[in-house]
Write a protein that binds this ligand. Structure first.
Ligand code: ADP
Ligand code: ZN
Ligand code: ZN
Length: 747
């Protein structure tokens, strides 16, 4: 037998957490040990016994062999969920860059023990004659509280703590005494806080159409053969992807395994959740960011205890500690919210695939507009591609899409917000009593404020961004919340010609009301959806026909089916083309396709009007044709030309510092170090250092270095080297350095 070694993380409460220690696996344990197992090892100078988790096994030693100690034994707990989670945390730490503690906090929900909400029940512990005797005695001694309680308990045999203390007003001391005398018992039970209490009728599944059935059968076949894969389900909005997910989940549950369904927070609506409840009943648990920490903890605990089999939630639900995970579904897999914005900047898609491979589970990614990454991997055969080409509901059709060139409108002296076509169509729908959605990729009353005399733009003093005008003469910074009253004269040149440009949802609503005074409007944007349920309320009000026109930002393009909505107007379609990252075209295509998919979901034919100043841009042309593949081909060529992901892998080294000079120096040093060290690494390109596009946010100066290589592992190597380098340089105590692999945002 050859030697075997194990990388071990010492118990997670230990301060040596960030390090991995290598131990030798004794021959007797070689066949028994596996990753994720808890083991006991000699630790430190005094060889104190410590428990640790095996995160990797290998057949070679990374250190001098005579310095490597042996594992003592496998702990009684063996393989635990914690072990697997720690393994995943380690993978995240390696892959995205963070400390082990940060990674563990991401993965383990139990980091902080939250007080459990207990339900207490008071029961009578005496039999009938004993109780009667006791009651008489109590009455005789005029112990009125005792008598009251006894009478009540003899009638009901058990009472809730609230009734006993609040309604019957029995003092706690009395209860304590009675408990000690064994007259009553008080039981505490853990009440799980289920955030959604649904009362729904269980529905029998829809009869799948041919393609849905073929796909579901294929999944079943693979799954039963323990052939766990990653699938990409590409299907237009309304093609019945959710039905496919549910069929796959059915297969997984039938094997006694569990499933996680990730949905973007914004799409986690009553409607979606209800569909799952109708199918699977209360074996489901829901998570969302509005849950309290206690509620979240409870949900995780329920999963761990095997009380639920399906967890639905946004990104963080990925870490649900199921014991026998069979499937992870990621709906709308292209959504940028699947990437964490804080360190570790993990992507839920990649992490799901990693978790699935650690635990033997399958992954289904679904989208009408798959990310360029996923579609590329599907083409390369890394994922299996499934396609649904048509809308599933009988009689439901795709909408007709019209592109309106706003430059032409201007030439024809139409200065209004609405093209002639859109205006005509709005009037027509209003007459017919059908509904309209107007979509604007922006919020606030208007855009930035500038001086027409000198061009001065009013900026936030803490962030390098312009302030946005809001109703009530307010100027607000959307990055830090800084607010001022709009000045009457230019602070730079004193000119009175200062005003707001651009347009926001409030302004659109105002203009709609002006042009179509008879129309009832609803507005949905960041400002109108601050409260917990407002998002849901606005959508259901619209769904119930309480308004004719719904005006909103990207929030309105997700979720709900609005059968009576037959017109979608996209104002300023090109707005998202002007952002500063390489995904701008992709995002524009996704937004437009999704917005277009909102029209004509019922039996009424729909129209979509896209208003733009870039009618020839490929993202707009292909979105109008609703032709994903055509868009993909062009976008892929662009990425290839400029070596952007997924053609190349990209690492952003971000440096933030409150002092301009120190930040600059720290960034320069990193770039210099890399250039020195990797002079000979073929295919590595280092771009920068430079100031970020937004040079300052919240008084923090921002710097970036971009690094590219076709191999992800090479970038990880660079990251590891930089981490090591920074440990020994004082200057990095004053700056914040974070790593972002294949970023979803511009810097
Ligand atoms: P997606 O998830 O792709 O947007 P859904 O699963 O939500 O699509 O399906 C869209 C609509 O079509 C829903 O109202 C759904 O109930 C209906 N639907 C899906 N599959 C079928 C089917 N096989 N037969 C009839 N209706 C279906
Ligand atoms: Zn001025
Ligand atoms: Zn600011």
């Amino acid at each position: 037998m050859s030697k075997q070694y194990a990388d071990i993380i010492i118990n997670i409460s230990h301060e040596a957490l960030d390090k991995v220690f290598q131990y030798e696996v004794p021959f007797a344990l070689q066949k028994k040990i596996s990753t994720g197992m808890q083991v006991v090892v000699p630790f430190g100078r005094w060889n104190k016994e410590q428990t640790g988790y095996v995160i990797r096994l290998s057949d070679h030693a990374d250190y001098e062999e005579n310095k490597i100690k042996e594992i003592l034994r496998i702990s009684e707990k063996g393989v635990s969920i914690e072990g697997k989670q720690i393994q995943l945390a380690y993978w995240i730490r390696e892959q995205y860059g963070s400390t082990m503690i940060q990674a563990l906090k991401t993965v383990l929900p139990m980091e902080k023990k939250v007080e459990q909400r207990l339900v207490k029940t008071v029961r009578l512990a005496l039999n009938r004659p004993e109780a009667e005797f006791f009651l008489e005695q109590a009455k005789a001694k005029s112990r009125r509280a005792q008598a009251r309680l006894l009478e009540e308990l003899m009638e009901h045999s058990q009472l809730s703590w609230e009734i006993v203390t609040k309604q019957l007003k029995i003092p706690r001391t009395t209860l304590k005494r009675l408990e000690e005398q064994k007259v009553i018992t008080v039981e505490s039970q853990n009440l799980y806080r289920n955030p959604i209490a649904f009362q729904v009728q269980k529905q029998t599944p829809k009869r799948l159409n041919l393609r849905q059935q073929m796909i579901s059968d294929e999944f079943k076949h693979d799954f039963l053969a323990k052939n766990y894969k990653t699938y990409l389900l590409h299907g237009v909005t309304g093609s019945g992807k959710t039905e496919v997910y549910m069929a796959a989940i059915e297969t997984v549950l039938s094997q006694g395994k569990q499933a996680i369904v990730l949905i973007p927070e914004i799409a986690l609506t009553y409607q979606t959740v209800k569909r799952f409840y109708e199918r699977f009943g209360d074996r489901i648990s829901i998570m969302n960011s509005k849950l309290s920490q206690g509620e979240r903890y409870d949900q995780m605990l329920r999963a761990k205890n095997g009380e639920v089999d399906i967890m639905i939630g946004p990104r963080s639900a990925l870490f649900t500690p199921f014991r026998d995970l069979g499937l992870i579904v990621i709906d709308e897999e292209h959504e940028s919210s699947y990437k964490s914005e804080s360190v570790p900047k993990y992507h839920a898609r990649e992490t799901a695939i990693a978790r699935a491979s650690l635990e033997g589970a399958s992954v289904i990614l679904g989208s009408a507009t798959p990310s360029i990454e996923s579609y590329t991997y599907a083409r390369e055969g890394k994922y299996q591609l499934w396609e649904l080409f048509d809308r599933a509901a009988p009689g439901s059709m795709m909408a007709n899409v019209h592109i309106e060139d706003m430059r032409l409108e201007l030439k024809e002296a139409n200065r209004s917000l609405f093209s002639r076509k859109l205006r005509m169509m709005i009037e027509e729908r209003l007459e017919k009593g059908q509904q309209i959605m107007l979509f604007l990729n922006r919020r606030g009353y208007a855009g930035f404020v500038s001086c027409r005399s000198c061009g001065h733009v009013l900026k936030c003093p803490h962030c390098d961004v312009s302030l946005t005008a809001h109703r009530g003469q307010k100027l607000v910074c959307h990055y830090c919340g800084y607010q001022i009253v709009a000045p009457k004269i230019c602070p730079d040149c004193g000119s009175p010609y200062i005003g707001a440009f651009g347009i926001g949802t409030q302004k659109v609503e105002y203009l709609v009301k002006k042009e179509f005074p008879e129309a009832r409007t609803l507005r949905m944007d960041m400002d109108t959806t601050r409260k917990k349920h407002s998002h849901e309320e606005i959508l259901s009000a619209f769904s119930n026909g309480e308004a004719d026109i719904l005006i909103g930002t990207q929030m309105i393009v997700k979720g709900h089916d609005f059968a009576n909505t037959t017109l979608v107007g996209i104002l300023a379609a090109d707005m998202s083309l002007y952002s500063n990252d390489f995904r701008a075209s992709e995002r524009t295509f996704q937004l437009l396709t999704q917005a277009a998919g909102r029209a004509g979901r019922g039996n009424l034919a729909g129209d979509v009007v896209i208003q733009t100043y870039n009618p020839e841009h490929y993202s707009i042309v292909t979105a109008a044709k609703q032709d994903y593949k055509l868009f993909y081909e062009q976008e892929y060529e662009y990425r290839k030309l400029l070596m952007y992901p997924p053609v190349c892998q990209m690492l952003v080294v971000f440096v933030g510092c409150s002092e301009f000079d120190i930040g600059k120096k720290a960034t320069d040093m990193l770039a210099q170090k890399m250039r020195q060290k990797y002079m000979n690494m073929e295919g590595l390109s280092i771009i920068g250092p430079s100031q970020a596009a937004i040079t300052k946010i919240k008084d923090t100066y921002r710097y970036v270095i971009y690094i590219k290589h076709v191999e992800y592992a090479k970038l990880v190597e660079v990251k590891d080297d930089l981490e090591f380098y920074m440990e020994n340089q004082k200057i990095y105590e004053k700056v914040m350095v974070t790593f972002d692999f294949n970023p979803m945002i511009g810097y």
